[in-house]
Write a protein that binds this ligand. Structure first.
Ligand SMILES: C[S@@+](CC[C@H](N)C(=O)[O-])C[C@H]1O[C@@H](n2cnc3c(N)ncnc32)[C@H](O)[C@@H]1O
Length: 417
């Protein structure tokens, strides 16, 4: 056997060649003999298939590269990436390919894709993974797939199934929430009735169901204003001209116990305006005035109390521009990975994590995408756990975590991209 066989480099090559052979074949089944031939060809070493080596105490002769290929094939099977073709021995094909080159975890797959000292990103279905978690959770912040008519590459649930989909994803998380913990959902208002410019009421139905079915209380609806959103809804605003272009997405904040809610607006104070700074320096207003039929009064010392900062208003203005999104894109492009189509900027989870949790508490995101929630939590010293269905997004996200303490990545991920 060649002396470099068994070294890390060739092993990882082998893993990715095995995986790519299945992904290039798509739905087509591949026999083991074709797999050996294609992989050896990809390695540029077809002669390896002819070499036999004595193995074990019996000294039985085996081809080591075929054994290695079968081992990687079994690993991919366990991860749910490939499945056996029914009724055919030794013939496998890619399981559940979604869109071009995206690999969805099969039911039951639970793989630690990567982890740091503070958190872990799992590959798998969120409800499978969170069903086996028993850690107390302080915050779940997530941006679920929206019930879009034109689905994203990763797939979207239909509007008719949406409430069940979200409730079943959140149920195993809600059972572990500590009293006063929060659930924050970033949704879309841009879902329209069929062939109509009227908006769907799915958001309203979801809010009622989260209360009625899962016992959550609505704390607030916080518009995330993003004026850099591309103009849309295209048909109703840009072509038909009956709607305005959308500049916000609604963010819903719930808690399981409003009287014990753990939010603290002092953790998200904003800088005072120059005008307020001047008022505080001058000891307050110098005039008297009355507004709103006497409901608001300005007295000579009003606004003079010196405070650490301004209480944040319940509207978040955040553009899409985000240095983490930029870094993720660059990393994904360099590693030949598909780019996620619906990321939020890290500043969104960052705000809610600060507002709603204390350092070291556990923050989770069941629809993790590029693991921006994990990233914000990691920087803010919170523990985190995220789940994501598509392995390539996790591979791209891993690039953003390499510098954090205790970073480790599963070898199966290393072979992707
Ligand atoms: C809107 S994206 C989230 C993007 C994320 N906030 C970010 O900034 O990257 C929704 C994600 O949920 C994932 N997803 C959908 N169904 C899932 C499930 N059952 N379990 C885990 N992830 C799922 C999709 O693959 C997609 O990446």
């Amino acid at each position: 056997m060649d002396s470099d066989f068994g070294k890390e480099a060739i092993q990882l090559d082998l893993f990715s060649h095995v995986r790519n052979t299945y992904s290039q074949a798509g739905e087509e089944a591949i026999s083991n003999d074709s797999l050996y031939a294609v992989v050896a060809e990809k390695l540029g070493r077809p002669e390896l298939l002819k070499i036999k080596t004595p193995v074990g105490s019996s000294g039985e002769m085996h081809n080591l590269i075929k054994r290695k290929i079968r081992w990687f094939q079994q690993t991919l099977k366990q991860l749910g990436v490939i499945e056996r073709v029914q009724g055919e021995r030794g013939v496998w094909r890619l399981a559940e390919p979604v869109g071009k080159d995206l690999h969805k975890a099969a039911d039951g797959v639970r793989l630690v894709a990567f982890s740091t000292d503070l958190g872990v990103a799992f590959w798998g279905h969120c409800k499978d993974i969170f069903a086996s978690v028993s850690e107390p959770i302080a915050l779940c912040i997530t941006s679920p797939p929206y019930p879009l008519r034109n689905a994203r590459a990763y797939g979207n649930p239909a509007e008719s199934e949406y409430i069940d989909f979200i409730c079943s994803a959140l149920e195993p998380i809600i059972k572990n929430l500590i009293p006063g913990a929060s659930v924050v959902l970033n949704l879309s208002s841009d879902i329209f009735l069929s062939k109509s410019p009227a908006r769907s009421l799915y958001v309203e139905r979801l809010v009622l169901s989260l209360h009625d079915r899962l016992g959550l209380f609505l704390m607030d609806r916080i518009p995330w204003v993003n004026k850099s959103k591309p103009p849309g809804p295209t048909y109703w605003a840009c072509v038909n001209r009956v709607q305005l272009t959308t500049a916000y997405e609604p963010i819903f904040w719930f808690t399981n116990d409003p009287l014990k809610v753990r939010s603290d607006n002092r953790r998200v104070l904003e800088p005072h305006s120059d005008r307020q700074q001047r008022l505080m320096a001058a000891g307050g207003a110098k005039r008297s005035a009355t507004y709103g039929d006497g409901a608001y009064k300005i007295r000579p010392d009003s606004f003079g109390r010196v405070t650490e900062g301004k209480i944040a208003r319940n509207v978040l203005e955040r553009g899409h521009a985000c240095s983490d999104t930029k870094a993720y894109r660059e990393y994904a492009l360099n590693h030949n990975l598909p780019i996620h189509g619906a990321m939020f900027p890290t500043s969104i989870p960052e705000f809610f994590i600060q507002f709603l949790t204390e350092p070291n508490e556990l923050v989770v995101d069941c629809f993790g995408g590029t693991i921006k929630t994990g990233l914000a939590a990691e920087r803010l010293g919170r523990r985190w756990m995220s789940t994501e269905l598509i392995i390539q997004y996790l591979r791209g996200a891993a690039g953003l975590f390499q510098k954090f303490n205790g970073f480790e990545m599963h070898p199966a991920l290393r072979s992707i991209g």
